[in-house]
Design a protein around this ligand. Structure first.
Ligand SMILES: Cc1cc2nc3c(=O)[nH]c(=O)nc-3n(C[C@H](O)[C@H](O)[C@H](O)COP(=O)(O)OP(=O)(O)OC[C@H]3O[C@@H](n4cnc5c(N)ncnc54)[C@H](O)[C@@H]3O)c2cc1C
Length: 487
């Protein structure tokens, strides 16, 4: 166990200070405090920009499988972490619910994956098959369903489900209830919540010594864990090691809570495979006649806290057209906006941060909430100097960008998803135009990738976003130049 050697002026000091009060920061704090560590968690109580608060929160593992994920060893490693995390949730929830009061955390029994007429063969058929194949490979139970047996689903006829299967072991939780319980469990275990933002990490030479707060106060600590979601970048920028870690941007997303007109909800998650650079259309039961509908995903340099009309209209239209028509007459109880922490290679940033006492726990993109119990236990072990429980070496924060696919493969994925957005938005154009557009889109995107950088290609959603966002272009170019400089 580490000993605290850096006291504050008032004699206090922490073993671990965690910047960020989202699901990852709180989960880690809870585990560490139960293991006798003095822990402080920093963050404003209303959690601005948090991904956790807007999340589904599907404990999505197989449901998140895509052909692109499986095409790389890094992607498969992520899937295997997800499978392991699924196994940890029953005990994690039992412990959490035993020690705290509040709304039930688990809200969905299982996940029903639907292939509907709106999807494209390249994305939806392929990903639907890929999910099924992985369920078979990992011997995870599932059951094929007749689309007509999907009780709660009542899509409009041209968006109706063609095929479906149910995964009984893949559930969902209520993100707000989870955060509330985690916070009270952490406090009960002795964690100090500091309702302030960190502005920078304090360090002496190669060793971090604590965190400087907005008020100017410094919290001294042996270990500093950065878990501030998409905003972690600002803290990394305060450190000499910052430029050697893939930059973070935001996968800004909109979701909504709907009070259903007839008070009914499905028992399980109902979702499509991932599509259109996002996490698929999904409806998740929440208590009291409410459902969650999610979610959009748009790469944005700055985290956002309001929903763009385009994204909200798109989301709500998809929900009532593709899942249940009477959502149209239901009440929009809440519009939620969150930011997924997305690194410039789209893989997580997990582990030691390249300075003594510095830990980076972010970049979790679409499934950070699902991975939270696994990462909390794993990071706690690492911080306490124990043998790590998982091999996270390939996601070590100090790295060159992971180039998991070739430029041509990335462009192919981009074109498939970009075309998919058109079909999902019901575009009506003369029939040959689809082919004409696709024919020109591919070489144009390839030329753009060549122009962006001769050596590195960002993942499809970043490459796509970069075409319309000069600020992202400049960040990518600067980041790639730094990568070459550091070899
Ligand atoms: C719409 C949407 C749907 C999603 N659905 C799912 C899902 O179904 N399943 C799943 O597993 N994942 C899902 N995700 C992804 C998941 O939410 C994230 O991967 C995960 O929540 C990240 O957690 P975090 O704790 O790292 O960051 P966050 O939840 O973003 O929390 C970071 C916290 O740090 C605070 N902060 C910011 N700056 C500072 C600072 N300087 N000092 C201190 N604190 C700071 C913020 O206010 C925030 O509260 C979804 C995300 C979105 C946006």
């Amino acid at each position: 166990m580490s000993t605290n050697t850096h006291g504050n002026a008032d004699g206090t000091g922490y073993d671990v200070v965690i910047a960020g009060n989202g699901v990852l920061g709180l989960s880690l704090a809870w585990v560490l405090a139960r293991r006798g560590q003095r822990v402080a968690v920093l963050g404003l109580p209303h959690r601005p920009w948090a991904g956790s608060a807007a999340a589904g929160a599907m404990l999505g593992c197989f449901g998140e499988v895509t052909t692109s994920l499986l095409a790389t060893e890094h992607g498969r490693a992520k899937l295997e972490l997800g499978i392991k995390a699924t196994g940890m949730w029953p005990e994690w929830l039992a412990e959490l619910e035993e020690g705290t009061e509040g709304a039930p955390v688990k809200t969905a029994e299982g996940t029903t994956v639907v292939l509907n007429t709106i999807g494209t063969a390249e994305i939806d058929d392929a990903n639907y098959q890929a999910i099924r194949a992985e369920l078979v490979r990992y011997e995870e139970p599932f059951e094929d369903l007749e689309p007509t047996d999907l009780d709660w689903v009542d899509a409009e006829p041209i968006s109706r489900p063609l095929r479906a299967f149910h995964i009984p072991g893949e559930h969902a939780v209520d993100a707000a209830a989870l955060l509330e319980r985690l916070e009270s469990a952490a406090v009960r275990a002795g964690v100090t919540l500091v309702p302030e933002f960190a502005t920078r990490v304090a360090h002496r030479g190669e060793r971090v010594t604590g965190v400087v707060l907005e008020s100017g106060r410094t919290l001294a600590a042996d270990h500093v864990t950065l878990a501030a979601g998409a905003r972690t970048q600002e803290l990394l920028d305060s450190l000499p090691v910052g430029p050697r870690i893939p930059r973070l941007v935001s996968g800004y997303g909109v979701s909504s809570l709907i009070r259903t007109a007839d008070g009914t909800t499905p028992d399980s998650v109902v979702r499509t495979p991932n599509r259109s650079f996002a996490c698929g259309l999904h409806v998740v039961p929440r208590g009291d006649g409410h459902v969650y509908v999610g979610a959009t995903n748009v790469i944005s340099v700055e985290p956002r806290d309001t929903a763009e009309m385009r994204d909200l209209v798109f989301l709500l239209q998809c929900a009532h057209r593709q899942v249940r028509r009477n959502l149209w007459n239901s009440d929009v109880a809440k519009v939620q906006v969150g930011n997924r922490p997305v690194s410039m290679d789209a893989f997580p940033l997990l582990g030691e941060g390249g300075m003594q006492g510095l830990w980076v726990m972010t970049g979790t993109y679409r499934d950070g909430l699902h991975l939270s119990p696994l990462l909390a236990h794993d990071f706690a072990a690492r911080i306490l100097g124990e043998e790590p429980q998982n091999d996270l070496a390939r996601f070590a924060p100090v790295r060159r960008p992971i180039q998991a696919s070739t430029r041509e493969e990335i462009v192919d994925v981009l074109v498939d998803h970009q075309m998919g957005i058109g079909y999902e938005q019901d575009w009506t154009i003369p029939v040959e135009w689809h082919q004409w557009i696709e024919q020109d889109l591919r070489p144009a995107t390839l030329a753009w990738a060549d122009e962006l950088d001769p050596e590195f290609t960002p993942p499809a959603e970043l490459l796509f976003a970069s075409r319309f966002d000069p600020e992202l272009v400049s960040l990518l170019r600067k980041y790639y130049a730094t990568c070459r400089e550091h070899g």
